[in-house]
Unconditional design. Structure first.
Length: 76
């Protein structure tokens, strides 16, 4: 039981850190490639949608204690 809790918490932290890192990269890319007629917030949201979708897909495994989900979490 304790192993499952450790795996779950570690998985959540890894997924969030991965999302945060990718979003930060997206932030700098958007900031450096923005033209004067574009709004930063709109462009960042559009460019970061892929990261948000990926993070939401990984979050679907949270709380799933099936053998397949636990294997994927351990591999992560």
């Amino acid at each position: 039981m304790e192993d499952h809790i450790n795996i779950e918490l570690t998985y959540k932290k890894i997924c969030f850190n991965h999302f945060f890192d990718n979003s930060l990269i997206c932030y700098y890319i958007t900031k450096n490639s923005l033209s004067k007629d574009q709004k930063f917030e709109e462009q960042f949201i559009l460019k970061n949608l892929k990261n948000v979708d990926e993070y939401n897909n990984k979050k679907t495994l949270e709380g799933d204690n099936s053998l397949k989900a636990l294997t994927l979490k351990k591999m992560t």
